[in-house]
Design a protein around this ligand. Structure first.
Ligand code: ZN
Length: 442
């Protein structure tokens, strides 16, 4: 997440959001639900008055936001699919959107056509405050320096004196630049490090290779799924805790790990639901459906994020003191699944790659129903035959025998990073073809 000072110039809104976000997590559960419901009502009332799409939709289902008093009533609103945003973009924009100085944003486009939407000043400010709340776990406060490693840096690195952020480029990360990055982190007295898990992982590997020691109590990982083997190495090398923070470009969702290791759905930023294929609430794995509570330029209500997640039905309280609901796991995007010839969908194949530090990067590509390419970018002690045998056994446990596995060695420049440096682990042409004809997905 990046921010621009000029997007946050409303000091009253900023101060109010800062204090409410500070106190919300520890409110009693019933009070917290009231806060969420009040915000849902506000955004629905606004959408009904100013957004043509919702005005029409609410009328058609006889939904009156003015009298909204329960989540059950709210859940009568049909789920918003990404295809609706593409097809009815203009109808989803507020008739007074310019008032909120919106900027056009878009998804990173790693799957299909990027999706465009407006983000306004309020959501940018709320997001800034949300991240502030997360970073206090470091511990950190406004004014202390931090570092981020991602694909954003102009050149190898730059330091913003105003924001006190050291930007390190993941594209330039190698055995030489790691020494520069190490010196810069020391020089600027960086309080914490955040970045993509694949970048933090690579950085950890390089620190070991170059015999450098760097310690952070807390590191923040986001924008990609944090894989178990990545967490293990990052926490070992930096001797700290990795906090996994799930957010997305549309800014309707925020699920953040706490210091006690639980994932909390932050319902004062977006309202999180998990539903089955029929759109009904489920405690099993289901689709994460979210409602943004701040963005008025283009409200997204009951938006299907196309991510799969599951509530934790056993843990109801957390020792961190937060009363936000607990998510057991975020499984990842529907697009990240392999489709087997028998019609089953298999996710989390990354688990087959754990304990595998000799592989620098790995990614899978499914061109058709019967083939799966396993692409490996070798590390220093890579032994192809050894890895192939080991991976074959791990992958077969998950995908069975009907699909042919094709192993390929790739160079670092062939690893599919998005323009902002995100690694796309899985790509299935089968699933993408299906989705163009069947929006039901799973
Ligand atoms: Zn907690």
């Amino acid at each position: 997440m990046d921010f621009r000072i000029k997007d946050y110039f409303s000091p009253i809104f900023l101060t109010k959001t800062y204090f409410s976000m500070k106190k919300n997590p520890k409110l009693p559960k019933a009070k917290l639900e009231q806060v969420t419901l009040k915000r849902l009502k506000k955004i629905c009332v606004y959408a009904n008055e100013h957004v043509p799409y919702y005005k029409k939709l609410f009328k058609s289902i006889d939904f009156n936001p003015e009298t909204l008093s329960s989540f059950e009533e709210f859940e009568r609103i049909p789920i918003l699919d990404k295809s609706v945003i593409r097809d009815k973009f203009d109808e989803l924009v507020s008739d007074e959107y310019q008032k909120f100085s919106p900027v056009i944003s878009e998804t990173s486009g790693s799957t299909g056509t990027p999706l465009q939407f407006y983000l306004d000043k309020r959501i940018n400010a709320a997001t800034f405050m949300l991240f502030n709340r997360t970073w206090t776990m470091a511990p950190w406060r406004i004014g202390l320096p931090q570092a981020t490693i991602s694909g954003y840096a102009e050149g190898e690195w730059h330091y913003s004196k105003l924001k006190k952020i050291l930007y390190l480029s993941s594209f330039h990360l190698d055995n030489k630049t790691i020494h520069t990055y190490y010196d810069l982190i020391k020089k600027y007295k960086v309080r914490f490090l955040r970045g993509y898990p694949s970048s933090l992982y690579r950085m950890a590997q390089l620190l070991v290779e170059e015999n450098l020691e760097l310690h952070f109590d807390v590191l923040f990982s986001g924008a990609e799924t944090l894989l178990p083997y990545q967490r293990e190495l990052i926490e070992k090398v930096f001797r700290g805790k990795v906090i996994d923070h799930f957010t997305h470009w549309e800014r309707t969702a925020s699920i953040c790990e706490c210091l006690s290791g639980h994932l909390h759905a932050e319902n004062d930023y977006g309202y999180h639901e998990i539903v089955d294929n029929d759109g009904k609430k489920t405690m099993d794995v289901g689709r994460l459906v979210c409602t943004g509570l701040y963005n008025r330029a283009m409200p997204l209500i009951r938006y299907d994020t196309r991510d799969l997640a599951q509530w934790d039905s056993e843990t109801t309280t957390c020792s961190c003191g937060s009363n936000f609901p607990i998510v057991k796991k975020i499984i990842g995007r529907i697009e990240d699944f392999v489709v087997l010839p028998n019609g089953r969908y298999i996710g989390r194949l990354d688990a087959a790659f754990k304990f595998n530090e000799n592989i620098r990067y790995a990614f899978l590509y499914q061109p058709d129903l019967y083939h799966l390419e396993v692409n490996l970018c070798p590390g220093d002690n890579f032994d192809f035959e050894y890895e192939r045998v080991r991976l074959e056994s791990e992958l077969r446990k998950r995908v069975g025998d009907e699909i042919k596995l094709i192993y390929k060695i790739v160079e670092e420049e062939d690893v599919p990073f998005s323009p902002v440096g995100k690694l796309r682990f899985m790509k299935s042409d089968v699933l993408e073809q299906e989705q163009t004809t069947n929006q039901e997905g799973i």
